[in-house]
Design a protein. Structure first.
Length: 224
């Protein structure tokens, strides 16, 4: 509601400035003379239309995000398979080492060096994989967030909505009062709705518009 307060303050300030300006432009009058003014119709109070979007619901239902999740899971599966394949030589070396006698010092040292090389290679592979996964997630989030932002802005302009803010909440009534959801809401920062008037939440409409745009081939967000 901070923006609403700022808007009301600005309106009041502008109104006062306009009134003072009109007085300065009027003909000067003696200090003891009272100016008579006729009654005027009071200005209509400012009206603010606010809507909300459940970001968790929109993300879960947006087909582009679903595609990103599917691609990401496949990417993780491929990484796991590749990592397991790279581990096998090291496991074989460990098995060979366990069978060597104490007298096979030269062979043991050679195999241990090979094992250290494989372990370093696996560590490098894991670090690179983490970076690639983070990059994949960041790019997907930016693209999808811009899609959502553009869809919300378009709907707000078309429906004379002045403010839309997002929140994350349970999507169905079963999870609404789950301990995990309640705890998360109690610990979250401000702008979390405590009561929502029916019709204020436009999440379903945004999801429908996003998916319709996606299937129509219209540009959405940043194209990769």
């Amino acid at each position: 509601m901070k923006r609403t307060f700022i808007t009301l303050t600005a309106v009041a300030t502008l109104g006062a400035a306009a009134y003072i300006g009109s007085q300065l432009r009027a003909d000067p009058q003696p200090p003891n003379q009272i100016q008579q003014t006729s009654a005027t119709t009071p200005a209509a109070p400012p009206r603010t239309r606010v809507a909300m979007v459940n970001l968790a619901q929109v993300l879960r239902s947006y087909e582009k995000w679903q595609t990103c999740e599917t691609s990401f899971k496949k990417y993780l599966d491929d990484l796991r398979k590749d990592f397991e394949a790279k581990k096998k030589p090291g496991m074989q070396i460990q098995e060979t080492l366990s069978k060597l006698s104490p007298e096979d010092k030269e062979q043991r040292e050679k195999l241990q060096q090979q094992l250290r090389d494989i372990q370093r290679s696996l560590q490098d592979y894991e670090e690179n994989a983490k970076k690639e996964m983070a990059k994949f997630q960041d790019q997907a989030l930016v693209v999808v967030y811009r899609d959502i932002h553009d869809a919300v802005a378009s709907y707000a302009r078309a429906n004379d909505i002045e403010m839309v803010f997002h929140f994350s909440d349970a999507i169905n009534a079963t999870d609404l009062y789950s301990p995990a959801n309640v705890e998360r809401k109690m610990k979250s920062a401000g702008c979390i709705p405590l009561y929502v008037t029916p019709g204020m939440d436009i999440s379903d409409i945004i999801v429908a518009n996003l998916n319709a745009r996606l299937h129509s081939g219209a540009p959405t967000g940043v194209q990769q």
